[in-house]
Design a protein around this ligand. Structure first.
Ligand code: 6PG
Length: 241
């Protein structure tokens, strides 16, 4: 079954970051006072986004007190390490504002604890699965998203919401949200920038017109299909071709 995906194309990665920052600020300014649950991703475009959100105009106009931040994936490193998604978000944004942010620790046995935290903090939607107001994702040139890499076990997970995923190609494990949790979100925004991603992005957007991939099939990002929520791909010209 095809998926309704909105594609928004901007001049360059900075323009993508500015547009997504404005959209997050506007979400926070909507009349409701209810908490807004948002899952952050790692990667270079999100880093630009976090830096933009930390700049004076966005920092001062966003209602940070409404936001509850989580992470969609993480590497098994301390937060001081250059590969830490939390470390990156902390340096770019979190250390500059007051906001509730829940670090994901990619250690053995911690996936269950993070899942319990999500079940406690994020209101449930369809099928009793917690439904984030917004999940931010990126896409690698191999079609991975969060830490759902091609051919890995986590792609088959249908029950658990957060798992440690063995990634043989990288000789490591990563903690990651699974499809059931991602696809239960009310909004999923995928940030894709750079010419190196053009081919894969085109392939994935085509794949969204058909049935979901089987877990053996690449690319994982094509399995990101919200059950009820909106799916938006925010791209720069270089990635959109
Ligand atoms: C991570 C991610 C990952 C990322 C993509 C795109 O922790 O690396 O969450 O899925 O979003 O690899 O990353 P870039 O924007 O750096 O290309």
């Amino acid at each position: 079954m095809s998926v309704d995906v909105k594609v928004r194309v901007f001049e360059n990665p900075a323009a993508v970051a500015r547009a997504v920052a404005a959209a997050i600020r506007d979400l926070s300014l909507q009349e409701a006072d209810a908490p807004l649950t948002v899952a952050l991703s790692g990667g270079s475009t999100p880093k630009l986004l976090y830096q933009k959100l930390a700049s004076a105009s966005f920092r001062e106009r966003t209602r940070w007190e409404r936001l509850q931040l989580f992470f969609g994936d993480e590497r098994p490193v301390p937060m001081e390490h250059a590969d830490s998604n939390y470390g990156m978000a902390n340096a770019a944004l979190l250390s500059k504002i007051h906001v509730e942010a829940h670090r994901m620790e990619a250690d053995e046995g911690k996936a269950e604890a993070y899942e319990r935290l999500i079940r406690k903090k994020v209101k449930v939607g369809q099928d009793k699965i917690p439904s984030f107001d917004l999940i931010l994702l990126g896409m690698g040139a191999d079609g991975h998203t969060a830490s759902l890499f091609p051919g890995t076990e986590a792609l088959r997970e249908r029950e658990r919401l957060v798992v440690m995923n063995e990634v043989p190609d990288k000789k490591t494990q990563r903690m990651t949200f699974t499809y059931p949790l991602i696809n239960a979100a009310r909004a999923i925004w995928v940030l894709v920038c750079g010419a190196a991603k053009r081919k894969m992005a085109g392939r994935c957007l085509d794949a969204l017109k058909g049935d979901p991939p089987s877990p053996e099939d690449d690319p994982p990002i094509a399995g990101v299909r919200p059950k009820q929520g909106e799916l938006v791909w925010w791209m720069d010209k270089a990635a959109s071709g």
